[in-house]
Structure formats: structure tokens, C-alpha cells
Design a protein around this ligand. Structure first.
Ligand code: HEC
Ligand code: HEC
Length: 274
């Protein structure tokens, strides 16, 4: 970055300050050096004498004694009554305030209607998700999941084509290209349609991990019966994802409250192509 010294008032002030400090330093140092050369001593000497060198009797300044004792008293207070032994900290106080505020927030929005939920979801989305997923939910040219496809039959076909990793399931990584394009489309439509009707034969390529019923074999792999629902999204938010495209942080660390996760989950599903 190029710094323009002449146009910025803050820079000009800083330069002015620096010049003043240099001038003062030179002046004061010169004054004392001159004084050392010419001054003769005055004042009362102590009785001790080391090879002709003695000390002056200088009383300790009252201000110095006061601050010395003050610091000791403050140190004792700080150690025993303030932080750390009394376990008080500003961070702790901040955390408590946030907790109380979040509880109040959750209470206030306990049963939002759909409109309120989506409005809240939009607010959360623009702050927490849009920097990676894009304001329009398009994934910013492949930099993150595009919500126009994700959560739909097409999203499932994408996952089958590319594989999936980073949600941290015991099964680990889902390999890419388990079935061909036509089968992927059929499976995607079946899952996105709520797994009703005739199960595509090619689903046998999925059942070893996701289970015959698609429910993920008790948490070994994702529950596909919830794919494309707010519950699936909330689960992703709680887990975070270090995937192929990039890494998405966890939102389970108190960054979002439950109702905010629910709201943003509902909101991102509105991007989905019908
Ligand atoms: C080897 C085990 C395995 C097989 C076989 C498998 N999966 Fe997966 N699948 C996983 C695991 C593990 C995850 C979670 C991966 C992650 O961390 O992202 C996953 C994730 C998914 C997801 C969610 C990821 C997303 O895009 O949000 C979908 C959808 C999915 N699988 C569908 C399928 C379908 C359909 C098949 C069959 C064609 C299949 N899987 C076969 C293990 C498997
Ligand atoms: C730091 C960037 C970043 C932020 C912030 C972010 N994401 Fe993501 N997200 C990603 C990336 C990258 C992926 C794709 C990972 C992959 O598949 O390789 C992803 C994937 C997803 C997926 C698909 C998960 C799957 O299993 O395929 C969902 C759903 C999602 N994000 C929702 C959200 C929501 C909701 C928010 C806001 C609360 C959010 N993300 C914030 C980067 C981010």
C-alpha cells in the first residue's frame, strides 16, 4: 500500500509529533549534559564514605511512597478480591450478558410465523452466510454450495457426481461417481420426493452407508430422509463442513441461537429452483 504523507491529516499530525519529540529530546539531553559539566554539588551528605564517594541525604518523595504502597494494596485487592482468585473477568461478564440476552431473544421469538422466520433468516443469512454463498445464494461461482441446486434432486445428483466430505460422519468420505448420470437423476428425484413410491434399483449403491431406509444407519452417515429440509441444514450448521470446495465453519458454538439456525435454514431453501 502506498502511503500518501501529504494528504492525510492523521499522518501529518503524527509527523509533527515525531518532529516535536526529536527536538525536545535533543534540547533536554543537551541541557542536562551542559549541567553535568558545570554544576557543583550542594546539599547534605550522609556519613558513609566509600573512597571519598558519599550519598546525598534525599528524602523519598511522598508521592513515590504513596504510589508504592498504593500499588501493593491494589495488588493484594486484585489477587484476592478481584480477578483471578475471585474468578471475575470481563470476558466472563460479557459471556453472561450474551447468554442472558440470547435467552431473552429465544423467548421473544419462540413461535414466529413463517413471515417472521424468513425475515429473520434473511437477516442472519446476509451477515453470516452471504459472504461465502453469495447474496443470491448462488455460491459465488462455485466458491461454496449453490442453494439453487443444493437441497433438490439436482443437488443430490451433484453430490453423487462429486462425492462429499467434511461433515465429520463416522463413515468418513462419500466417494465420487458411485452411479451414472441417469441413475443419479432417478435416485435424486426419489430422495427429494420424500422416498415414496418405487425405490430405484440403483439405490443399492447407497444403502450400504445410508441404510435401506436412507436414515443413515444411526448416525453413521447423513439421514437422507431429511435431505433438503431445515433439519438437514441445521445439522450441517452444527457440524461445519471442510469439503472439496472449501471450509465452512461450525455454527454450533453459540454463534447462532437455535431459532436463528431454524430461520436461516428455512431461508436458504427459498433459493431452491422449483
Ligand atoms: C461409502 C459410504 C457411502 C455411500 C456408498 C454413499 N454415501 Fe452418501 N454420504 C456418505 C457420507 C459419509 C456422507 C457425509 C459426507 C460428508 O462429510 O460430507 C454422505 C453424504 C451424502 C449426502 C449429503 C451431502 C450433501 O450434498 O449435502 C447425500 C445427498 C448423499 N450422501 C447421497 C448419497 C447417495 C444418493 C448415494 C448412492 C448413490 C450415496 N450417498 C452413497 C457415505 C456414503
Ligand atoms: C466461510 C465460508 C462459508 C460460510 C460463512 C458459510 N458457508 Fe456454507 N458452505 C461453504 C462451503 C465452502 C461449502 C461447500 C463445502 C463443500 O462441499 O466442499 C458450504 C456448504 C454448505 C451447505 C451444504 C452442505 C452439504 O452437506 O453439502 C449448506 C446447507 C450450507 N453451506 C449452509 C450455510 C449457511 C446456512 C450458512 C450461514 C449460517 C453458511 N453455510 C455459511 C462455505 C461457507
Amino acid at each position: 500500500m502506498k502511503i500518501n504523507l501529504s494528504s492525510d491529516t492523521v499522518n501529518q499530525l503524527a509527523l509533527l509529533g515525531a518532529a516535536a519529540i526529536i527536538i525536545l529530546t535533543v534540547y533536554v539531553a543537551g541541557k542536562y549534559i551542559r549541567q553535568m559539566k558545570t554544576d557543583t554539588s550542594t546539599g547534605e551528605l550522609t556519613d558513609e564514605n566509600w573512597d571519598g564517594i558519599s550519598e546525598y541525604k534525599n528524602p523519598v518523595p511522598t508521592g513515590w511512597i504513596a504510589s508504592f504502597l498504593g500499588t501493593m494494596i491494589w495488588g493484594l485487592w486484585y489477587w484476592f478480591l478481584g480477578y483471578p482468585l475471585d474468578a471475575y473477568s470481563q470476558i466472563g461478564e460479557y459471556n453472561e450478558e450474551v447468554k442472558a440476552y440470547n435467552a431473552e431473544f429465544e423467548k421473544k421469538w419462540q413461535n414466529p410465523n413463517k413471515e417472521t422466520l424468513l425475515a429473520m433468516g434473511e437477516g442472519v443469512y446476509l451477515v453470516q452466510c452471504a459472504p461465502c454463498h453469495g447474496i443470491a445464494g448462488d455460491g459465488i461461482e462455485g466458491k461454496a454450495a449453490g442453494f439453487d441446486r443444493w437441497g433438490s434432486a439436482k443437488g443430490i445428483a451433484d453430490t453423487i457426481k462429486k462425492g462429499s466430505k467434511g461433515l465429520g460422519y463416522p463413515m468418513g468420505e462419500m466417494p465420487a461417481g458411485l452411479v451414472g448420470e441417469a441413475d443419479a437423476k432417478a435416485i435424486g428425484e426419489w430422495i427429494a420426493g420424500g422416498m415414496k413410491g418405487q425405490k430405484p434399483a440403483a439405490y443399492s449403491a447407497c444403502s450400504s452407508c445410508h441404510g435401506e431406509d436412507g436414515k443413515g444407519m444411526n448416525g453413521q452417515a447423513p439421514d437422507l430422509s431429511t435431505y433438503g429440509t431445515p433439519a438437514f441444514v441445521t445439522n450441517v450448521l452444527n457440524r461445519g463442513k471442510s469439503g472439496f470446495i472449501g471450509t465452512m465453519p461450525k455454527f454450533s458454538d453459540g454463534r447462532l441461537t437455535d431459532i436463528q439456525k431454524e430461520a436461516v435454514a428455512n431461508y436458504i431453501l427459498t433459493f431452491r429452483e422449483k
